[in-house]
Write a protein that binds this ligand. Structure first.
Ligand code: GCO
Ligand code: MG
Length: 402
């Protein structure tokens, strides 16, 4: 029997910080998993290095589900972003290994294609409406069928979602940047630029918007209602999801579709949202929700309630997560959309990925496994450099949700 011979944890900063797990079997097969938790990277690296790697060595790499149960139930302490990200890295690496051993791409092991490609949305942004419209045009010309639109709120500097330079990277400073926020100004302005984008881009574009947890339930209800004529594909994270019941209130007031889940880590965190049909899209992702195995369970539960998938795919999720997501997205019957932002060139030097983009759709590599290789030598050129996400403060100085 082949066994796990070693597991190594790499922390590197090619363009931004990533934590990567590589498992090697006694037959010399390697598999990789993403373990990146933006702004809290070293906590997952330690969880893996100090607590999981010793448990992996000598075990059968083929028993993926048993390994998941062993690490999740066996820890006693369940759920949470650090634990679930670490488990995800192990799970993803074992799927990579299973694919390589079988000589098949992972999507074949998951049941094969349900579709020809994975529709993605990218991020258009601007410092004002005019700049946003130009950016939307740029993405349409690149072939994207779905675009997320965000613009800086006038009088509120450094607002969420606005790109500086080619790559959108909010975790840009060595200590958290504290940025001002005004809900009133946002609620006055955001509907106007979303209307302008719809007008400018035409009726066919799938138009998305991320509220980024900034509103109370009743504010979110009013916002959703005010943009119904724009026909958003979704409004994302309208209010923090710790209180799943909050979405009931939003639902009672608006038919604007709702997407939630990028900060949620387990089926238990999304269960009430799904079974009460309080959301339309579940945005949990491979890296933060327990890997391919657990995400598949979440997606299956969602399918029973006609909730579709829309996995998180910002650039702080490594190309390993993106590849794993694309393999899974290709197979699930209730796929909705996949977030996709281009990684920095330095990131792609380290993660050699076979994922391809054409006509606004992604496809995975046909190589066995996930089709991504980690170049350790290239990674050594990019040392880890601590970076934090910003913190938002209301105009009176009190902390708000970022
Ligand atoms: C998104 C997200 C990101 C997150 C980031 C946090 O929808 O893509 O909201 O922009 O803020 O991934 O690390
Ligand atoms: Mg988001």
């Amino acid at each position: 029997m082949s066994t796990i011979e070693r597991a190594e944890v790499f922390v590197a900063g090619p363009g931004r910080n990533f934590v990567t797990l590589r498992i090697t079997t006694s037959d010399g097969v390697t598999g990789i998993g993403d373990a990146t938790l933006n702004g809290r990277e070293l906590s997952v690296a330690s969880y893996l290095q100090d607590h999981l790697v010793p448990l992996l060595v000598g075990r059968d790499p083929a028993r993926i589900d048993d390994m998941w149960q062993y690490l999740y139930r066996g820890a006693y302490w369940r759920r949470g972003p650090v634990t679930m990200t670490a488990i995800s890295a192990v799970d993803t690496a074992l799927w990579d290994i299973k694919g390589k051993v079988a000589g098949m791409p992972v999507y074949q092991l998951l049941g094969g294609r349900s579709r020809d490609g994975v529709m993605v949305y990218s991020h258009a942004s601007g410092r004002d409406t005019a700049e946003l419209l130009d950016d939307v045009t740029r993405f349409q010309e690149l072939g994207y069928k779905a675009i997320r639109a965000q613009a800086a709120v006038p009088g509120v500097g450094g607002s969420y979602g606005v790109r500086k330079g080619a790559i959108y990277e909010p975790a840009a400073t060595s200590l958290p940047d504290e940025q001002p926020w005004s809900t009133e100004a946002y609620l006055r302005f955001a509907p106007t630029y979303l209307e302008a984008v719809r007008e400018h881009a035409g009726p066919e574009l799938h138009l998305l918007h991320d509220v980024h947890h900034r509103l109370t339930p009743i504010e979110a209800a009013a916002f959703g209602k005010s943009v119904e004529a724009v026909r958003l594909f979704w409004m994302e994270d309208p209010t923090p999801a710790e209180n799943q019941d909050a979405f009931r209130l939003i639902r009672q007031h608006t038919t604007t579709p709702i997407a939630v889940g990028e900060v949620l880590n387990s089926i238990w965190d999304v269960k009430d949202l799904i079974t009460n049909q309080l959301v339309d899209y579940v945005r949990t992702t491979v890296v933060h929700a327990g890997g391919i195995s657990h995400l598949r369970r979440i997606f299956d539960l969602a399918a029973l309630y006609q909730v579709r998938t829309g996995s998180h795919g910002a650039t702080d999720l490594s190309p390993v997560t993106l590849a794993a997501a694309v393999h899974l997205d290709l197979t699930v019957p209730n796929f909705g959309i996949q977030e996709y932002m281009e990684h920095a060139p330095e990131t792609m030097e380290v993660f050699r990925s076979g994922v391809t983009l054409a006509d606004g759709m992604l496809n995975p590599s046909e190589a066995p496994g996930l089709g991504v290789e980690y170049d350790e030598k290239a990674a050594a050129r990019f040392p880890y450099d601590p970076r934090y996400l910003p913190v938002a403060r209301r105009l009176d100085g009190s902390v708000h949700d970022w």
